[in-house]
Ligand binder design. Structure first.
Ligand SMILES: Cc1cc2nc3c(=O)[nH]c(=O)nc-3n(C[C@H](O)[C@H](O)[C@H](O)COP(=O)(O)OP(=O)(O)OC[C@H]3O[C@@H](n4cnc5c(N)ncnc54)[C@H](O)[C@@H]3O)c2cc1C
Length: 453
């Protein structure tokens, strides 16, 4: 490839590819450098040797309120690969295995959610009414005032503290707020901060009734966005290089390119989209003094794991494409045959905030998962388990507990060096949407910087 490009992007996860696609769309030549042998970072897929199936590193759920994500998918021609439910339907299984779906009727927002909650037989009527108190607070986010609402919340409050203030009964927490917290923040409600939770819930309860609808990819994750993004960048004269770790080259106070094993590539601007735990590896020598605060924050950020157990059975075991589990040691079960159309019955069983599973051995994790699955899906008990694959993502997300370091913005003290990545200051927890937003934001700053240069 050429030794001179307009922009070097380090990292080919959602954030890096989001930035690269926007930059390529703006007519700039882009080179993306990815350390791993595959695209996608924490939202990726691999080939399972035994079944030959492409398996995600973990089931990812999108929502209608993921506007940046769906914009990106539309730009690369892939939006139809992650269809949204026509309206929210959340099948939740109680401790007795009974599935009680939260279904929102076809009326405008926010009435669809209010009506859905009011009619949800999982909860006694008094608890349903109590849940609506949260809806009343969220009304303060309407008209683009979500930041005002979030900033009005004491940053030291956990989700549970905030739910206490709103008098949320135990059953509402168990059936609704706690599963949502663990799914969206990958931390439990007694640990995660209230601010990002409120931001997520305000987005889900957004102005359109489609905002809360669930979107599931019909293809493996890398085919959803990463391969289309790569094709988009390459069709516009850019390059996407795998197995190519990169370091930033700084001349004085300015980023002038990246260094790879094959040599230096000069660039007019550099975007880092590497995660918090890789930021320190971007520098051959010491971190530039102007970035020391960011590097210290990145090094101090804590991570939270997600464990996915893939189970292949010799026949169907569930009737819903996915279910959420209430009061169970596992959190969500996805039927990949129903979602992706795989030949075999393949369940992806997700446990978030999974510190206890991340260090257990595969047999123990699989046994515990099978027991929990059989408790809610009795048909699984009568089927033969053909194969299992445990995927541990030890650093799936950064912690959003109160007191975590401040997250950096996209502009830095080094001229020509910009930051993207879910861990940057988007206001969102570690999500595809946060990553896509961060990439678009960094790309806009780069384009403005290059116009002035
Ligand atoms: C199991 C799991 C389930 C999840 N579920 C959901 C979900 O349901 N919904 C949701 O919205 N989000 C979910 N997430 C979170 C989401 O995947 C992440 O927030 C998002 O993918 C982060 O993207 P990113 O581009 O910021 O970072 P990454 O995906 O980490 O990408 C950074 C890339 O930089 C590369 N890199 C690092 N150092 C270098 C270097 N020196 N040179 C070159 N390349 C380098 C890495 O290899 C990586 O590919 C989940 C995450 C996991 C792990």
């Amino acid at each position: 490839m050429t030794q001179q490009v307009d922009v070097a992007v380090i990292g080919a996860g959602v954030a890096g590819l989001s930035a690269a696609v926007r930059l390529a769309a703006a007519g700039l030549t882009v080179a993306v450098f990815e350390r791993a042998p595959r695209l996608g970072g924490r939202a990726s897929a691999f080939t399972d040797r035994a079944s030959g199936e492409r398996v995600d590193n973990g089931q990812h759920v999108l929502f209608g309120c993921y506007r940046e994500t769906y914009d990106l998918l539309r730009l690369v021609g892939a939006a139809e690969l992650a269809p949204l439910q026509p309206r929210l339907r959340l099948p939740m299984a109680g401790p007795d295995g009974r599935i009680v779906p939260l279904v929102c009727p076809d009326v405008g927002a926010p009435w669809h959610l209010l009506a859905g909650l009011l009619r949800w037989p999982a909860l006694p009527l008094t608890d349903r009414l109590a849940a609506l108190r949260v809806g009343r607070v969220l009304r303060r986010a309407r008209g683009g005032r979500v930041n005002d609402l979030v900033n009005s919340i004491d940053p030291s409050l956990t989700v549970d503290d905030w739910l206490d203030h709103l008098g949320q009964p135990a059953a509402v927490r168990q059936w609704l707020w706690h599963p949502l917290t663990v799914a969206a923040l990958n931390e439990t409600a007694d640990v995660a901060a209230a601010r990002p939770f409120v931001r997520v819930v305000a987005d889900l309860f957004g102005p359109s009734r489609h905002d809360s609808a669930v979107g599931l990819a019909r293809v493996p994750l890398d085919e959803l966005y990463a391969e289309p993004a790569r094709r988009f960048v390459e069709a516009r004269g850019g390059h996407v290089l795998l197995r190519t770790p990169a370091e930033v080259v700084v001349d004085g106070s300015r980023a002038v390119g990246v260094m790879t094993r094959e040599g230096e590539v000069r660039a007019r601007a550099v975007v880092s989209s590497v995660p918090w735990f890789a930021f320190g590896s971007l520098w051959r020598q010491a971190v530039p003094p102007a970035l020391e605060t960011i590097a210290a924050a990145a090094a101090a950020m804590r991570s939270s794991p997600i464990v996915t157990v893939n189970l292949w059975f010799d026949g169907p075991v569930m009737d819903e494409p996915f279910i959420g589990l209430v009061g169970a040691p596992i959190h969500w079960v996805f039927d990949k045959a129903a979602i992706v159309g795989e030949r075999l019955t393949h369940l992806a069983v997700v446990t978030s905030a999974a510190d206890h599973l991340a260090s257990a051995d595969n047999d123990a994790v699989t046994r515990a998962t099978l027991d929990a699955v059989a408790a809610v899906l009795p048909r699984a008990g009568g089927r033969r388990l053909v194969r299992s694959v445990v995927v541990r993502e030890h650093r799936a997300t950064f912690s959003v507990a109160p007191g975590e370091p401040a997250r950096p913005g996209p502009a830095t003290g080094v001229e020509g060096f910009f930051l993207a990545g879910d861990w940057t200051d988007t206001g969102l927890p570690a999500t595809i949407e946060g990553a896509a937003l961060s990439g678009r934001r960094a790309a806009e700053l780069v384009a403005a910087f290059l116009r002035q240069a």
